[in-house]
Design a protein around this ligand. Structure first.
Ligand code: NAG
Ligand code: NAG
Ligand code: NAG
Ligand code: NAG
Ligand code: NAG
Length: 422
């Protein structure tokens, strides 16, 4: 007998017809650099992307699921996904994976009950009229619709090794299950539950998380759905067993961005810089990072020049650069003209930013979900991937995104083992 799970899996067939753009790769020549200007014609890439694969609507009766509620910026959503995949594997459950929300106004954490409602309302289904409005009155449901979009994790990652179902909605609320089928771990604050694989682990007593959940207990549960709340936080899972750490390493390995379109762009930029450059991820745009911006720049500069000294061999590619080119990924707007980077430019005359690589062939790509142009949403991803292909990567202290670039993107690109932290 097969179980049918309601109209939960009703997928929006979002088929926007998109014109195929012929796109040109144009390497900006507005500043002097060692690589002569190149204009390469690249093969067309798909001009639409990121849609949600059709999920099966029929499951075997003993299938069990794990759901969680995504929130915050892309990187926190990614960490939550990572944690969910590990827990899914350790409890032998299929993970219900929501879309990723990209953009400048993330959904911030609130308690699970409220978050579930907010996530359900954060869909654009039924808002197709918004881009067509001509009046100066903008109905409330249409405000801010251009500032975010959803992409399927199936587009961004290769999760083929994991047991997942991709949802077409952020909120898994509509699953038609009896409450007795659900084991509920909804939370009222972000650091409520921490998951341990070892029962008597004293190190966890003094930790920011309030309650501990023993993973083997979860694995033993007969409930059809294990319903979790927030899973963000890189210390949410505390794994002590070797086998479990091995699973975590494997999950982290599959967190390297795998979208063919993004890989192609990152690879082209990598080649344009001669295939050999230093990379820096400099986060100075918000909060504490902004306060410490000068200190961060100084640290990055110091680390880069140390690396330079260690590699004082002849520079094959660019003697005019007095060393390797430097690629900087940053959250500073108009970084290419910002004096903040003056000292770095002095030491690395051939310094590049993503904006130096104009008119990339992703420019015409639109999201089938809402028809929005994807490039503005993809900038931080491509930026990170280009840094991940550098010979040497230097990041911003305390930035988990820097850590991700160094520990995952860079290492996976070089075929190295994943660095384990936490
Ligand atoms: C995992 O779940 C599947 C059903 O989804 C079941 O057939 C299998 O026996 C389970 N494995 C373990 C180790 O519990
Ligand atoms: C995805 O990962 C699997 C397993 O690691 C691999 O066999 C497969 O080739 C990958 N698919 C793509 C499109 O890279
Ligand atoms: C799992 O359940 C079985 C039977 O209900 C019980 O004997 C066993 O102790 C449980 N294991 C854990 C880790 O709770
Ligand atoms: C590179 O460094 C080594 C040791 O640090 C030094 O012996 C060598 O002379 C240096 N080479 C150049 C070209 O500066
Ligand atoms: C990084 O975090 C540590 C511990 O939270 C703190 O002491 C340090 O000042 C932070 N450094 C920067 C540059 O923010």
């Amino acid at each position: 007998m097969l179980t049918r799970i309601g109209n939960y899996w009703v997928f929006v067939a979002c088929l926007l017809s998109t014109s195929c753009l012929s796109c040109y790769w144009y390497y900006s020549s507005t500043r002097s650099h060692s690589v002569s200007s190149i204009t390469n014609v690249l093969p067309d890439v798909a001009s639409s992307c990121c849609s949600f694969p059709q999920a099966p609507s029929i499951f075997s009766p003993d299938a069990k699921f794990l759901s969680y509620l995504p929130h915050s910026g892309l990187h926190n959503q990614r960490i939550a996904l990572e944690n969910a995949l590990i827990l899914g594997k350790l409890t032998n459950r299929t993970v219900l994976v929501p879309p990723l929300r990209l953009g400048s106004n993330p959904i911030r954490y609130v308690s699970s009950d409220k978050l579930q409602i907010i996530l359900a309302l954060a869909e654009k289904t039924g808002l197709r009229h918004c881009p067509k409005l001509r009046s100066s009155f903008i109905p409330p449901e249409c405000l801010d619709q251009d500032s975010f979009t959803h992409v399927s994790p199936a587009w961004l990652f290769n999760l083929s090794s994991w047991d997942v179902i991709y949802l077409d909605k952020l909120s898994p609320s509509a699953m038609n299950l009896d409450t007795t089928d659900i084991l509920d771990f909804h939370d009222t604050h972000p650091y409520q539950y921490r998951f341990l694989d070892t029962n008597r682990d004293l190190a966890t007593l003094k930790h920011k998380y309030d309650e501990v959940v023993y993973i083997p207990d979860l694995a033993n549960s007969s409930h059809k759905l294990l319903q979790l709340g927030s899973l963000f936080g890189s210390s949410r899972l505390r794994l002590r067993l070797k086998e479990n750490k091995r699973i975590r390493t494997k999950v982290r390995r599959s967190m390297a961005f795998a979208s063919p379109e993004l890989l192609a762009v990152a690879s082209d930029i990598h080649k344009s810089m001669g295939g050999y450059y230093f990379g820096a991820h400099i986060r100075v745009g918000d909060g504490e990072f902004q306060e410490k911006r000068d200190q961060t720049i100084q640290q990055v500069h110091q680390k880069l020049t140390n690396e330079l000294l260690e590699r004082n061999t002849t520079w094959q590619h660019s003697s005019r650069c007095h060393g390797p080119a430097l690629y900087i990924s940053t959250d500073v707007p108009n970084a290419a003209t910002d004096p903040l980077f003056a000292t770095l430019r002095q030491s690395f005359p051939c310094t590049y930013f993503l904006s130096d690589f104009a008119a990339h062939h992703l420019a015409g790509m639109r999201n089938t979900y809402d028809g929005l142009a994807m490039w503005p949403f993809l900038v931080p991803l491509v930026d990170a991937m280009v840094v991940g292909r550098a010979e040497v990567v230097v990041g911003t202290e305390n930035s988990t995104f820097s850590q991700f670039i160094e520990d995952v993107l860079w290492r996976v690109h070089r075929g190295l083992g994943i660095a384990e932290r936490g």
